[in-house]
Each structure stands twice: as structure tokens, then as C-alpha cells.
Design a binder for this molecule. Structure first.
Ligand code: SAM
Ligand code: SF4
Ligand code: F3S
Length: 448
């Protein structure tokens, strides 16, 4: 099939792939790029120059979907200017049948739609388009793609490595289990081989991905498989840092935390999504932990290192969240003192359990709570970051600073943004930095 496509498109066709949403989706986008490269496409960052456009979509919140519908709508113009242009939509939006049907019905500029577990059908769908077929759709669940495909990675020093796919948790607000299917873990030896190769190729940051990495290996009947995997990866020789996300608090074991502290290459940072500090809301979210149980995990971490870096995800305005529920969230935030939070206003996702729940909280109350939450966190972050002043931090430089001329920006082992004077030759390198100042979103320092 690949040869047939090559013979039709010749040698100068360009593909533009744009991914939205989480790092797992971005990783899928890198695999789609690998697939297209194999078929003879060149890759471009300019949609106007493209002969093929694939939008790899996210469905986690309504505003993510609206934005993508807006972009698909604006592509009508591109198609009018270049009628041979092929437009495909992949990712989590298309895994919902009603959305795939809506695209087919209302966006005639789209040539094909492919679901998250059917990415290996892209060559067949493309060939059909190139041979003049009107609209192609495959949203079946095959899942033969995620394990094997080659990737065109976006960075030459930071690599994402999915260790598992799907989710079994069915948090009542969340669409992910419906669009990504049940948990499937990759084999440990495949992950180790991939990481070993990445390190050999000069990658400095390995980000292990899964919707809940703590249940890695459960489908093989293994227990504590994730801490064991971390210990194996830590043994790989080379200068690199291992990160991972996300870690569901209900499964964040003592063994996991001990492993983080005992493995030199594992970053001293844990992203532990709280979602809400109210037991009533947590129960209605089906999170399967209480605020107290969550705090036991935090206290254990703090007992080993009271400056350990924690970050979290929070949802504001879950159906019928009361003022007391929200106060309980603020209370936990003040107790934990996260270095950073990622907060979202609840978005109703049709097909989920929470979508059926009554919700009498007005939008303006939700927005007010969100502003209050961000204000509280701003104060916590700026106070927290002062603990780094005078300390030495090892920073992997990402880019030149967007805010300060002559400065570069990177992430410390603790996942804190660090800016210091330097030039772009430092991008992709580890640099030791002495911290001299703290703000509420980053720390400043000087190269040692
Ligand atoms: N599996 C990860 C976990 O449990 O932490 C999170 C995956 S989800 C892609 C990322 C975050 O999006 C969640 O932690 C949650 O805070 C947020 N989220 C998911 N569904 C949402 C919804 N319907 N409305 C608002 N935020 C949502
Ligand atoms: Fe969604 Fe919950 Fe699964 Fe995370 S653990 S992906 S929030 S269902
Ligand atoms: Fe979005 Fe799908 Fe990720 S819904 S957050 S791209 S798993």
C-alpha cells in the first residue's frame, strides 16, 4: 500500500500534522508523522504549503472541541484554494461516533476520519482518497498501532515514551476511558529497549506516559510493576532524567515513593492529581480516595523530604459543588503547598456519568472560584519558590527565554521553570544553576 501511495504522490508532497491535548496524543501525532514519512511525505510546519493535513484532536473539555471545530471550519478556505488538498481528522474527538458523524455531515472539506485505535488504517484511508473516494471513516478498535510505529519526534533531547494506553478508572467527569479504551500495558522489555536507544541517541529527558502509570502491568497480573520498571530504567547508563505522569492518588504506594527517592535518575517531583479536596465531591467523581488518604501520601513524602516538589490537577465547579466543597479544596492546597497546579472549570462531557448529574451552580460562581483558586496558588508558589534561593539546581535547557533578552529557560529536576543568562547553544544541555531570585511562576539564577 505504501508503494502505491508513493507512486501516486511522487516525491514532493508535504504533510502537516497538528496534535492537541495531552502528551499521549502528542506522542500519537509523532507516530502519525513517522507513518506519513514512510509513505513518502515530507513534513511541514506550514499548513498553507501542505498537500495533506491531519488534525490529531482532543476531547477532554468542550472548549478543546470547539477550538478544533473552528480550525476545521477555517480549512474550507484552504481546500477551495487547493482542491487536491486532503484533510484527515484523528484523535480523541473522532473516537466518539456522534462527533465522527457530525464531521461527516457538516464539514465536507474533511476527507477522512480515523479513531484513536485505528491509526494504522491511515494508509488505506489515504489511498482511497488519492484514488478519488469521497469520505473515509474508520473508528473501529484495532489497537495494533500504538505498540510498533516509528516516530518523528518533536524534540532532539526530550522524548515521551508511552508505557500503557487507555484507562480503567472511569472518573465520572472524564471522557478518556470512552475514547481510549481499557488499559493495555507495553511489555517491560520493549520499554527498556526503547529508552536505552533514546539515551544512546542523546535524549536527556525521558517522560514515561500513561493515564495512571501506577496501574502499569496490572493487565499482566503483576504487582508493583511500575516501581520495578523505574528501577530497571534507572540502571541504564547515561546522563538523563526520568519523569512520569500521571499517577492516580488511589494507587500511589509507599513503594513508588521509596523508589523515587532511591533512584538517582528519577526526578524528585510527583504530579498527583487531587481534583477536589471535598470527600463528597471525590466520591461523586469516583476517585476512590478521601482527602485524608491523599494527605497520608503527601505526609509520607514530606516525612522523607519536606521540600519535595508536588503538582496537581484540579476541577472547579463539578456538578453541585458547594462553597464548603470548594473551601475544602482550598484547605488542601494550603496544606500541601503545591509548586504548581493545573486547574480546569468542569466541562460536561456527554456519555459520562457526571453529564447526567444535576448542576445548579451558576457559571459566574464557578469563574469566581477559579479566580480565587489561582490567587491562592499564586501566593503559595511565590512563597514556595523562595526555598530554592541559594540552592544549586540542575536544569535541562529548553529554549531561549520569551520574557528576558539574553536569557534561556529550562526545567529543574523538580519541574520548576528556571531562567538564567545564556545563549541558545545551551538548548538541550544540563546546566548547574545557582538560584538567586524567586517569582510566582519561575526562579532566576546564574550558571555555575
Ligand atoms: N489520567 C490523568 C489523571 O487522572 O490524572 C488525567 C488525564 S486528563 C487528560 C487531565 C486532566 O483534565 C484531569 O486530571 C482533570 O483535571 C481534567 N479533566 C478531565 N476531564 C475533565 C472535564 N470533564 N472537565 C474539566 N476538566 C477535566
Ligand atoms: Fe480520566 Fe480518571 Fe482515567 Fe485520569 S484516571 S484519564 S481523570 S478517567
Ligand atoms: Fe485529550 Fe485524549 Fe489526551 S481527550 S487529554 S488527547 S487522551
Amino acid at each position: 500500500m505504501t508503494d502505491k501511495i508513493k507512486s501516486i504522490i511522487g516525491s514532493s508532497n508535504l504533510a502537516y500534522v497538528r496534535s492537541f491535548g495531552c502528551q499521549l496524543n502528542i506522542s500519537d501525532g509523532e507516530k502519525i508523522k513517522g507513518l506519513l514519512k514512510n509513505m513518502g511525505y515530507g513534513l511541514t510546519e506550514d499548513e498553507n504549503a501542505a498537500d495533506l493535513i491531519i488534525l490529531n484532536t482532543c476531547a477532554v473539555r468542550e472548549n478543546a472541541e470547539d477550538r478544533i471545530f473552528g480550525i476545521v471550519g477555517s480549512m474550507k478556505k484552504l481546500k477551495e484554494l487547493k482542491p487536491s488538498l486532503i484533510i484527515g481528522i484523528s484523535g480523541c474527538m473522532t473516537a466518539q461516533e456522534h462527533i465522527a458523524e457530525k464531521i461527516k455531515r457538516s464539514y465536507p472539506q474533511v476527507d477522512f476520519v480515523v479513531g484513536t485505535s485505528a491509526l494504522s488504517s491511515i494508509p488505506r484511508l489515504l489511498l482511497n482518497c488519492l484514488q478519488g473516494q469521497k469520505f473515509g471513516m474508520d473508528i473501529a478498535e484495532y489497537d495494533d498501532f500504538s505498540q510498533a510505529a516509528e516516530q518523528v519526534r518533536e524534540s532532539s533531547f526530550k522524548a515521551s515514551v508511552p508505557i500503557m494506553f487507555g484507562c480503567n478508572n472511569f472518573c465520572t467527569y472524564c471522557i478518556v476511558p470512552y475514547v481510549r479504551g481499557r488499559e493495555r500495558s507495553r511489555r517491560q522489555e520493549d520499554i527498556i529497549a526503547e529508552v536505552r536507544q533514546l539515551v544512546k541517541n542523546g535524549y536527556k529527558e525521558i517522560m514515561l506516559l500513561g493515564q495512571n502509570v501506577n496501574s502499569y502491568g496490572n493487565d499482566f497480573g503483576e504487582t508493583n510493576a511500575f516501581p520495578k520498571l523505574l528501577r530497571e530504567l534507572d540502571r541504564i547508563e547515561g546522563d538523563f532524567v526520568i519523569r512520569f505522569m500521571s499517577s492516580h492518588p488511589k494507587d500511589a504506594s509507599k513503594e513508588l515513593i521509596d523508589t523515587i527517592f532511591e533512584c538517582n535518575k528519577v526526578a524528585k517531583h510527583l504530579h498527583l492529581p487531587l481534583q477536589s479536596g471535598s470527600d463528597d465531591v471525590l466520591e461523586r467523581m469516583n476517585r476512590r480516595y478521601t482527602a485524608e488518604k491523599y494527605m497520608e501520601t503527601v505526609d509520607y513524602i514530606r516525612s522523607r523530604d519536606d521540600g519535595f516538589s508536588l503538582t496537581t490537577d484540579l476541577i472547579v465547579g463539578f456538578p453541585n459543588e458547594t462553597d464548603e466543597d470548594f473551601e475544602a479544596t482550598l484547605d488542601i492546597i494550603k496544606r500541601v503547598k503545591y509548586d504548581n497546579i493545573y486547574s480546569f472549570i468542569y466541562s460536561r462531557r456527554s456519555g459520562t456519568k457526571a453529564a447526567e448529574m444535576e448542576d445548579s451552580t451558576p457559571d459566574e460562581v464557578k469563574s469566581r472560584r477559579m479566580r480565587q483558586l489561582l490567587e491562592v496558588q499564586r501566593e503559595i508558589s511565590s512563597e514556595n519558590y523562595k526555598r530554592f534561593i541559594g540552592r544549586k539546581m540542575r536544569v535541562l535547557v529548553d529554549d531561549v527565554s520569551k520574557k528576558r533578552e539574553g536569557f534561556v529557560s529550562g526545567k529543574s529536576n523538580e519541574f520548576i521553570i528556571v531562567e538564567f543568562e545564556g545563549d541558545k547553544s545551551l538548548i538541550g544541555q544540563f546546566v548547574d544553576v545557582e538560584i538567586t531570585d524567586a517569582m510566582n511562576w519561575a526562579v532566576l539564577g546564574r550558571m555555575i
